[in-house]
Design a protein around this ligand. Sequence first.
Ligand code: PEP
Length: 249
Amino acid sequence: MAANWKMNLSLDETGDLLERVRGAEVDFTKVDVLVAPPFTTLQLANRLLAGTDILLAGQNMHWEGKGAFTGEISPLMLKEAGCSHVILGHSERRTLFFETNEIINRKVNAAIEAGLIPILCIGETLKERDGKKTFDVIRSQLNESLKTSCQRRDLPESVVLAYEPVWSIGTGKTATPEQAQEVHLFVRRWLGENFDHDSGQGIRILYGGSVRPDNIKELMLQPDIDGALIGGASLRADSFLSIIRFYKG
Ligand code: PEP
């Protein structure tokens, strides 16, 4: 269960939320939990999460190791701040910051080289879904952004995928469990064909898009949904915790 806090939460708010999350009863043998705060609160989060099973991620990074890239952050900087993962290719990065599959591919490769696990986001817009282009879009996002990255590596341990239909992010419109399952299965099969059977089976595929306490259970019941990437509902301890503890519901 991965929380994407986007450009939200002050230092104080981060402290309060993490105090509550780390103090809550969670069976970490049943669920892996990760939070992705903004860059300015990563170090605080890292300190507060020390000694817990909760993982830390960046929300973006540059593909270069260092240099004249004003406003950017490098893979090693994220690692130094305590991150094991990094979210890449989020639809907000694609749409608002014009990131292409080619750019995302460079970032995926750089993350893996640096020993970070990319959480690679893919997903179609409403126009693409209505135009029956969902699978074409997903196929080219996979083809172009996972290129060369992992052929020589163990894919399931190196990459996490997140299917996030753009029309469901922050809109309150969750994909139905069947719609999500259909795409997750497609992704798993694509991985099986383009890498190998075990990669397809072993990789974690998260669903993201208006995940809430009242829909997490039905999503998690789908055979190819392994977890969730959660935006809005991860900003409050009560809703984030009830999503994390989906296995109890
Ligand atoms: C996201 O931005 O990754 C996301 C899924 O947001 P929300 O849960 O708010 O739709």
